[in-house]
Design a protein around this ligand. Structure first.
Ligand SMILES: *[C@@H]1O[C@H](CO)[C@@H](O)[C@H](O)[C@H]1NC(C)=O
Ligand SMILES: *[C@@H]1O[C@H](CO)[C@@H](O)[C@H](O)[C@H]1NC(C)=O
Length: 462
């Protein structure tokens, strides 16, 4: 009996609340004098829809009642929350009057009738994916971790705001190596050890799809330092590329060829002069600017006043050619197809795993810096890898870097690799160091572009 009464009570409360949601009122609360009346008083009513509802005690007759929707709250003093059947989600209880419950990148709100409505988006990471990756760890050869930075973000958001390189429309093939293969390639090579102090730090693009600009500026910066033998160690400004390259889309992504052709035609200033803000802003550099007219501080070691310009970009499309280019002139830029599991990479040699592959988890494109290579032995098995630098900060991966399978075009990493040579300034300032002749002026201007002496065909964009 008691049970039945409770069921009935719950049923009528649910009904009352449905009613309440459809007719929010106020009704009894809107009556000017006696809002609620004793016993039966037919005048104690309010218009509702095309009829009347009542605020007298007589209205409260269970199933046959004709009370106004706010009668319980106004006349009986029952707070509206207690009239609802709460919802539960992951053990958390909440009512329609509570804020929606957040579950990773999805939210659930409680409806008046006790049902809940949840969004159902694929998140950048989730417990299921992490569980699968931990199971697969031994077979895939890399470790995953739970990054709090990814938690609460949708996969689509990560693809747009953490990547940001468009797949090239024109495939640049036709590169063939013209030199003889006499160059010796070591089994391990890391540009940061080979050119200490010349390789730029790991950057964090933030929630801005600017890898197309960040990777281009980073490769260009490294090459300025290396090819000037340290005279021009400069961090070039990706923000200028994000904000000033009109044919790309700033934080919504860009094409690598637009970034390289901007560096060739206009050039860029240094980071301090145009700091990265992880957002699109109004371009503040005119193509005709110099470091002086752009109000940048001039470099100490060389007499440069022009912006930093690069020669035409060229592509490298086989493993050996990429290695030779890195060893000879420094880091190169590679496009990479990014799957959902990559975001959770912690350490090891990355390869795309079977975890997280479904139609709604399509890949996005990214661009990174390749700075070296190596190999790892497990028994008789040798695993070759590239050392790459990502642009997600040092908290990600192996201090911001990652290793990825080499020689098998893993995630298309070897399919679109670009490099370019800088116009290094030759005129060195007199630093006034007595007796140090190396610091005196050693040149009078710019060297002819080294691509003319270069063993690769040069691919010109536009
Ligand atoms: C990952 O971290 C989030 C919070 O940042 C936590 O809610 C979740 O349970 C964690 N998952 C695993 C598998 O550790
Ligand atoms: C790369 O291409 C060159 C010719 O351009 C060829 O001699 C070499 O074997 C290739 N290397 C690989 C790893 O495919």
């Amino acid at each position: 009996m008691l049970k039945l009464a409770i069921v009935l009570l719950v049923f009528s409360l649910v009904e009352a609340n449905r009613f309440r949601a459809d007719y929010p009122g106020p009704y009894c609360a809107a009556r000017r004098y006696d809002r609620c009346c004793h016993e039966r008083q037919d005048g104690c009513s309010q218009p509702i829809s095309t009829t009347l509802c009542y605020c007298d005690e007589f209205c409260d007759r269970g199933e046959h009642g004709d009370c106004c929707p706010d009668y319980e709250e106004v006349c009986l003093g029952i707070p509206p929350e207690s009239l609802t059947v709460p919802c539960t989600h992951n053990g958390q209880t909440f009512t329609p009057f509570d804020p929606p419950v957040v579950d990773n990148c999805n939210t659930c709100k409680c409806n008046m009738d006790g049902s809940k409505t949840c969004t159902d988006d694929v998140c950048l990471t989730d417990n299921e994916l992490l569980k699968q990756l931990n199971h697969l760890e031994r077979s895939i050869g890399w470790k995953a971790t739970n990054y709090s930075e990814w938690w609460g973000h949708k996969y689509d958001e990560g693809k747009v705001m953490r990547l940001g390189t468009f797949y090239p429309k024109i495939k640049v093939k036709s590169m063939s190596r013209l030199t003889n293969g006499l160059d010796h390639l070591p089994t391990h090579f890391d540009a940061t050890n080979y050119w200490p102090g010349f390789i730029g730090k790991v950057r964090d693009q933030g929630w801005c799809g600017s890898s197309w600009a960040v990777s281009t500026a980073s490769v260009a910066s490294d090459r300025f330092a290396i090819l000037s033998k340290g005279r021009e160690t400069v961090q070039l400004a990706p923000q200028q590329i994000v904000s000033c390259v009109r044919r790309s889309q700033g934080c919504s992504g860009g094409h690598l060829d637009t970034a390289w052709s901007y560096l060739r035609k206009v050039g860029t200033v240094n980071e301090e002069c145009y700091p990265y803000i992880s957002a699109h802003n109004v371009c503040k550099i005119r193509p005709s600017d110099t470091l002086i007219t752009a109000n940048c501080e001039l470099p100490m070691k060389v007499d440069r006043t022009n912006m930093y310009k690069m020669g035409p970009a060229f592509s490298l499309n086989n493993e050996t050619d990429i290695m030779l280019e890195i060893k000879k002139h420094g880091p190169v830029q590679a496009i990479m197809r990014v799957h959902r599991d990559f975001f959770s990479y912690k350490s090891g040699i990355y390869r795309h795993s079977a975890a997280s592959t479904s139609a709604d988890q399509r890949a996005g494109y990214h661009s990174v810096r390749l700075i070296g290579w190596g190999e790892e032995r497990h028994g008789y098995e040798v695993t070759k890898y590239w050392i790459a630098v990502n642009s997600w900060g040092t908290w990600w991966g192996e201090n911001g870097r990652f290793r990825i399978l080499r020689g098998s075009n893993e995630c298309e990493i070897e399919s679109y690799v670009l490099a370019s040579l800088p116009y290094v300034h030759q005129q060195v300032k007199d630093l006034g160091v007595k007796g140090n002749l190396q610091h005196m002026i050693v040149g009078t201007g710019y060297v002819p572009h080294p691509s003319q002496k270069y063993p690769y065909k040069v691919v010109r964009f536009n």
